[in-house]
Write a protein that binds this ligand. Structure first.
Ligand SMILES: Cc1cc2nc3c(=O)[nH]c(=O)nc-3n(C[C@H](O)[C@H](O)[C@H](O)COP(=O)(O)OP(=O)(O)OC[C@H]3O[C@@H](n4cnc5c(N)ncnc54)[C@H](O)[C@@H]3O)c2cc1C
Length: 373
């Protein structure tokens, strides 16, 4: 039976991000990456938005650069951000990262694990470390009795048909008072030179109500054929490692819940995991990840708990756009005084308590459980 130092299940951004970093940080580790489908099989559509920092840092291919972002509500745009946003083709980006690792993707489906052996539909492998990058329905969870991350609803996906041209080269993001955000962008294969042309069936996110009114500000001649919810796994399940297993990406709930951003935080986390693997100590991943991300997640999610009181993200987006901007840039932020005052003291105490417990490693269960909506 073939032995590998690392086996990666899943070739989405988490799996290929890890492959890329392992190749840079510890190329001596014998690594295997498998995916049951093609590379970056992701239900839905293939376009993602990310920032110039990500594009530059990893030298990623992109399809389109928006001049900026327009944030608004039903009454209209109230904030324009003139900073570039990049539309990427998810599959293309994953393929580019994988090509820069020394790995060849094997099309195999992980079926079960038994001790240090992974059984796929084609082979059995022996592993030292197994990394679950299989997306939101984490493959390993059923074998080790671990919870799946729960989802946050960030908006509606409207599946549309028709031909249209984007009137302005801005990425549109709409914030509602009740905390929902919705965005508009297109799938990669419908882009044509400089402006957006939809030539076949398209998917995008846009305002729930009144959708025609909002979309008509941005796009022409669309007919909506189907609507579904956009959900993202934004509740990290801790610990991120167990024995010689690690979780990365949607399987650990790494998405930034406010804006549904996964690509950048997942790529960053994959670098942390590669460093821990180099030192043969997966627990370092847990420790470093918590040090860097945990307080941010707690703040973001504590912002969500007041969603019913209209004090949540939507409130911040509408009333405090500069806070939102800081959040999407992943900078540290404080709740503005007026918001802070309205967060019930009992919640503040609870958040603090959990945070302290986590720091002292007494609390190993999911601290976000009761903050979920
Ligand atoms: C509608 C929507 C819009 C989004 N928009 C953005 C955006 O604009 N910007 C952004 O940064 N993020 C965005 N995100 C989030 C981001 O796309 C995800 O967080 C990210 O793609 C997750 O990557 P992953 O590698 O963890 O999982 P995935 O990309 O889901 O990859 C998992 C892979 O594992 C494979 N797999 C599963 N089970 C097995 C098995 N048993 N054996 C072998 N292989 C298996 C699958 O085939 C798949 O290829 C969006 C998410 C959604 C749902």
């Amino acid at each position: 039976m073939e032995h590998f130092d690392v086996i990666i299940i899943g070739a989405g951004i988490a799996g290929v991000g890890l492959a890329y970093h392992l190749n840079k940080i510890c190329p001596e580790k014998k690594t295997l990456i498998i995916d049951k489908e093609d590379i970056a099989f992701n239900e839905g559509y293939g376009s993602r938005i990310t920032y110039s920092e990500t594009i530059n840092k990893y030298n990623l291919p992109y399809k389109h650069i928006f001049d900026g972002m327009k944030i608004g509500n039903k009454k209209g745009v109230y904030l324009t951000v003139d900073a570039p946003f990049f539309a990427i083709d998810y599959k293309e980006v994953c393929a580019s990262l994988l090509n820069r690792s020394s790995l060849i993707l094997k099309k195999e489906k992980a079926i079960r694990i038994f001790r240090d052996i992974l059984e796929t539909n084609k082979n059995k492998y022996h592993f030292k470390f197994l990394v679950d990058c299989s997306g939101h329905n984490a493959f390993l969870n059923k074998f080790i009795k671990r919870k799946n991350p729960l989802f946050y609803w960030i908006g509606n996906t409207n599946i549309c048909e028709g031909k249209s041209i984007l009137k302005e080269n801005y990425f549109y993001l709409l914030a509602e008072d009740n905390g929902f955000i919705e965005d508009i962008y297109v799938t990669s294969d419908q882009i044509s030179l400089g402006h957006w042309t939809y030539t076949k069936k398209i998917d995008f996110n846009c305002i729930k109500y009144p959708k025609q009114k909002f979309s008509s500000k941005v796009l022409n001649n669309l007919s909506f054929i189907k609507q579904s919810r956009v959900v993202v796994p934004g509740t990290p399940i801790l610990p991120l490692t167990k024995k010689n297993f690690a979780f990365l990406g949607d399987s650990m709930g790494n998405v930034i819940p406010t804006v549904g951003e996964g690509v950048r935080p997942i790529l960053e986390s994959s670098e942390l995991l590669a460093r821990a693997i180099k030192k043969n100590n997966l627990k370092l991943f847990d420790k470093e990840w918590k040090r860097i991300y945990l307080s941010r997640y707690l703040k973001v999610i504590s912002g969500k708990i007041d969603i019913k009181d209209r004090l949540a993200i939507g409130y911040m987006l509408v009333k405090n756009p500069e806070i939102f901007l800081k959040m999407i840039k992943l900078e540290k932020f404080k709740f503005p005084e007026e918001v802070s005052k309205k967060i019930p003291i009992k919640w503040k105490k609870e958040i603090l308590k959990r945070f302290i417990l986590l720091r002292f490693k007494f609390f190993i269960m999911d601290p976000f459980l009761s903050f979920r909506i």
